[in-house]
Design a binder for this molecule. Sequence first.
Ligand SMILES: [Zn+2]
Length: 133
Amino acid sequence: MSTDDEEGEENVEEAACPYCRSMDACAHLLLVVDITFRSAGGGVLYEAFEKRLVDSFENGPDDGGDIAFDELIEEVEGLADAEDGYVIDSPGMSSAYRAFYASTLTKAESVLALFGRPVAGVARSTRTGREVP
Ligand SMILES: [Zn+2]
C-alpha cells in the first residue's frame, strides 16, 4: 500500500452527545472512561469518580482497584440516561471508551448529587466551627 497522502488521517470515531450533538464535553456528559486503561477522562462526574476511586483504593483490599472501578462504572451506568461506546485507533494502540450522558442539565446535577455524595472524612477539614451532620 502506498497511500502516502492519507496516512495522517486517523480513523477516529468519537462519540457525539445524543442530546446536543456536541463532539466536545458538554453539560450532558456525565463521565467518559477509558475501558482499556481503566481511567476516567472527563465529564460532570469526573472529580467525584476519581475521589471515590481513590477512596476505594485506600479502604478496600489491595487488589480491589479493578473491582472498585467496575462497581463505580456500574453505578454511573444505572444513573445515566444514555450511553455510548467508541474506539480510538492510533498507531500501535487503540483504546475503548465508554461515555455516559444525562438527558437534561437538571438530571446531570441530581446525578452528581447522588454519585458525589460526601464520603466519610471529608468533614474533618471544616474549620468554621459549624456542625457537620
Ligand atoms: Zn450535550
